[in-house]
Design a protein around this ligand. Structure first.
Ligand SMILES: Cc1cc2nc3c(=O)[nH]c(=O)nc-3n(C[C@H](O)[C@H](O)[C@H](O)COP(=O)(O)O)c2cc1C
Length: 497
């Protein structure tokens, strides 16, 4: 069924067991000291247990600058923890593991931020060396490769940016100038790690800000990177400071504006929203006879959709960040023909809000207070405690579902809501939730809907569908929607969901 997705894939000297990639995702599990701790190791071992082809470990700093809870690879003192992490991942499964290495500039709570225009040539030389040394450490720690972070709001992305205002050979309108530092870093990294070590890069397919670059340039960036010997290209989108919203007294979070939504598309964005970027880069590479693989990421929720993308030659590898956070066992379940047991990410962005607030990044679908995704091999599905568990109420222009809880031999993890808008002929999964009530804010007045729910347990076993209920919103009601009746961490303000 997943013919391409589950086919091994070589990248330089490593061979991925499948074409699924966990793109870097900051966990906020480390302390401010930047050392690997048990929670961090457990997080990546958990992904390895789920059998993802390539694990990109969250961004870790190549330099010493202060930045809250963030991993570091900036000196040899971090090597024992990183070595242990890499070896524990290797001991767990065939997953390959690379660290994402990052340089960022200074930023203050009053909104001030250092710009690339402030960097002297000596500063630039230091960054080149810091990347080279960090990449060498990655190799010495036993990682299978290294990924250079050149995306979002960080230093190298700002050099690549069309907003780069440096007046010298590292900036301005010329793409050659803007690529100069990234390519110098790639050259230095290659010198340090040798030819037989996978070196990947992540940059933006589109900046998603006014005046930022689009695929017109990112395809060319991809081409030059590939011509310079990069082993894989991973594309992201947006995540820029330029349109970020500054909150009084807090450091600017580069994912709060439109470009932030493009980076981590929320639930009301279409699936595969950023796919055209990977397609554009890949087309350019193939036209020039280059086979450098391109990773597509951005709301790719299921192995079925991933397979379709690969079959259509729109990308070579599939990045899934939040979907794998929700269920690290997605690759294993796909391999075992159990994809109906996958716990589906709803792109609610609880994980993003946690990252923004420097809280430990977990998934809102996991059992409360758990720091890691649950694991279970149980085969027994939850059962309903009532014959007709689901009821519906149409009130104040809203359709509200509530249901009697299901029971399970281990534990019920959550409930999936399925909806039909064609008289019950086809149903689509629209939400998952851990409580027993849900309001359909996307229902349109004048339409008739049918709903059922399914309970699922820690292993993802689904109960039989509940009874089906019908609901129709009258056209004439135009009252503002009521606040969502959902449990959220106490630090979150209503505007965050
Ligand atoms: C909590 C969180 C932390 C992230 N941290 C990083 C990071 O360290 N480096 C990076 O390149 N992207 C980071 N991202 C972006 C993801 O790698 C990914 O591109 C994005 O979530 C879209 O993919 P998805 O729709 O599969 O989740 C992060 C995303 C989230 C949700």
């Amino acid at each position: 069924m997943f013919e391409k997705l589950l086919t091994p894939f070589p990248i330089n000297s490593m061979t991925l067991a499948n074409r699924l990639v966990l793109p870097a995702m900051v966990t906020r599990l480390s302390g401010e000291d930047g050392f690997v701790n048990q929670d961090i190791t457990d997080r990546y071992v958990r992904f390895a247990k789920g059998e993802v082809g390539l694990i990109v470990v969250e961004a870790m700093a190549v330099h010493q600058a202060k930045s809250g809870p963030l991993l570091r690879i900036s000196s040899d003192e971090f090597k024992p923890g990183l070595t242990d992490l890499a070896s524990k991942v290797h001991d767990t499964s065939n997953s390959k593991v690379v660290p994402q290495i990052i340089h960022f500039l200074k930023i203050a709570r009053n909104g001030w931020r250092q710009k690339i225009e402030d960097l002297s040539i000596a500063d630039i030389q230091a960054i080149i060396e810091q990347y080279g040394q960090a990449a060498l450490r990655a190799r010495e720690c036993g990682f299978d490769g290294v990924e250079m972070h050149m995306a979002h709001a960080y230093t190298l992305s700002s050099f690549l940016s069309k907003k780069n205002k440096r007046p010298d050979i590292y900036g301005g309108k010329s793409l050659d100038n803007r690529m100069r530092l990234p390519l110098q870093i790639l050259k230095r990294v290659r010198e340090m790690v040798g030819d037989d070590f996978a070196v990947g890069v992540r940059f933006l397919g589109e900046e998603c800000i006014k005046g930022g670059y689009t695929t017109e340039e990112s395809a060319t960036i991809a081409l030059r990177m590939a011509q310079s010997g990069i082993d894989y290209i991973s594309l992201s989108a947006g995540g820029k400071f330029e349109d970020a919203v500054h909150k009084e007294g807090e450091v600017l979070y580069p994912y709060t504006g439109y470009s932030g939504d493009r980076c981590m598309p929320p639930m009301d964005y279409p699936d595969g929203y950023n796919l055209h970027m990977a397609e554009a880069a890949r087309r350019m590479l193939r036209r020039h006879g280059l086979t450098t693989p391109v990773v597509a990421t951005g709301k790719i929720p299921s192995p079925e959709f991933a397979e379709e993308i690969l079959q259509d030659d729109r990308a070579d590898l599939i990045g899934m960040a939040r979907a794998l956070l929700a269920d690290p066992d997605l690759p294993r379940k796909a391999r075992m023909g159990e994809s109906e047991k996958i716990v589906k990410c709803i792109y609610w962005n609880i994980c993003k809000a946690l990252d923004e607030n420097f809280h430990k990044v977990v998934c809102g679908l996991w059992p409360k207070d758990e720091v890691q995704a649950p694991y279970s091999e149980d085969q027994e599905a939850p059962v309903w405690s009532a014959e007709q568990p689901l009821s519906v109420l149409v009130r104040s222009g809203n359709i509200r579902l509530s249901w009697k809880l299901a029971t399970d031999n281990e534990a019920v993890m959550g409930y999936e809501v399925w909806r039909s808008d064609d008289g019950g002929k086809t149903f689509a999964h629209v939400y998952s939730i851990t409580t027993s009530m849900w309001t359909d804010h996307l229902a349109a007045a004048g339409n008739a809907y049918q709903y059922y729910i399914r309970a699922y347990d820690l292993a993802g076993n689904r109960s039989v569908p509940s009874n089906i209920v019908d609901a129709e919103l009258p056209l004439e009601v135009a009252l503002p929607p009521e606040p969502k009746a959902i449990a959220r961490p106490s630090f979150m303000k209503p505007s965050m969901v």
